[in-house]
Design a protein around this ligand. Sequence first.
Ligand code: FES
Ligand code: FES
Length: 173
Amino acid sequence: MKHSVSLAINGSVHEHDVEARLLLVHYIREKANLTGTHVGCDTSQCGACTVLLDGLAVKSCTIFAVQVAGKEIVTIEGLAKEDRLHPVQQAFKNNHGLQCGFCTPGFVMATIQLLQRYPDPTPEEIRHQLDGNICRCTGYRNIISAIQEAAQHIAPCDTESGSPREGLVLNQG
Ligand code: FES
Ligand code: FES
């Protein structure tokens, strides 16, 4: 039996009939055709599938699509504005925070939540906050540098409101 699921991804409404067992990550990749969200494991450990769900970073392989009907999702494709990268993306680029790039969408999405909680994070805070994301290539040092640079380019956000948009409009004007 299929269920109709409607949700907003990067501001656009998507509606599809899906099996109850369909994971959100597969909805995003196969129904919405947004393939920037990756699948790097089948154990919920790698974080490559991280997206924002109503402003909170979640591993989209741990949630069924039917569970998030009516919610707002932001994926890596929703961050850049026209030809301008989001400050977190730009900082990863500037600091060589990626090599193969497979893990990068997940790190970037998790970083947005991190910077909402820690506007000026220490390396230890970054390591702790991103311990759910795994990178095989970089050795993490450049990722930490990227996040610290991003923090300097992003205005402190309103952590009180918890608004999902607060972290996404950071210095985008
Ligand atoms: S694919 Fe979701 S944590 Fe690895
Ligand atoms: S850049 Fe290759 S897995 Fe992180």
